[in-house]
Design a protein around this ligand. Sequence first.
Ligand code: ATP
Ligand code: SKM
Ligand code: MG
Length: 175
Amino acid sequence: MKIRNIVLVGFMGTGKTTVGRRLAKHLNWDFIDTDAAIEEISGMSIPEIFRRHGETRFRSEEIVLVKRLLERDGCVISTGGGTPLSPDNWEMLSQMGYIISLYADIDTILERIGGSSERPLLKAGRDENERLLLSRQPIYDKADLTIDTTKSSIDEVVDEILYNITDRLKDGILN
Ligand SMILES: Nc1ncnc2c1ncn2[C@@H]1O[C@H](COP(=O)(O)OP(=O)(O)OP(=O)(O)O)[C@@H](O)[C@H]1O
Ligand SMILES: O=C(O)C1=C[C@@H](O)[C@@H](O)[C@H](O)C1
Ligand SMILES: [Mg+2]
């Protein structure tokens, strides 16, 4: 089976958007960020969608978008932190390509994004965020490859991904 895209999953602040964009540039592939795509399609920021329509509406938008992405090829797709939690989404993401999970420990995540107002699900306290991370981690861990980004720079994470996929990359396609 041909693996056509690289899909990044993981908790908020693990670097999916930042790493994905740089990785796409290295590979000369298209870059898609599901959060940015939903914002563009809906004409609202994510906090605005949550505020006006609730999380359920945001999750429906995510499913609709993932379905639309099924036809895409040669993309690095950075998902939102909750996108792969829906079993239907996980199934579609697996069909789309090679899934890479980015991990970071909770203190590193909070150093990176603590206090961010762009992420409605980021909780006030460290322990609550850690509980959310731990509850989601088993799903992220189903990925084809997991990279711990805790002690790595963004470029080091990109290099580690490139190192891991080099053998699989033939003629610009992941085999
Ligand atoms: N390995 C890293 N080292 C240092 N800073 C990082 C690293 N990865 C990401 N960051 C920083 O952390 C912040 C969040 O990164 P990013 O938005 O890419 O995370 P994300 O996984 O896409 O989060 P979300 O799920 O909320 O979309 C950014 O400011 C980014 O520069
Ligand atoms: O972890 C999550 O559930 C989320 C992460 C972000 O990427 C956004 O998709 C949104 O803020 C929800
Ligand atoms: Mg992101």
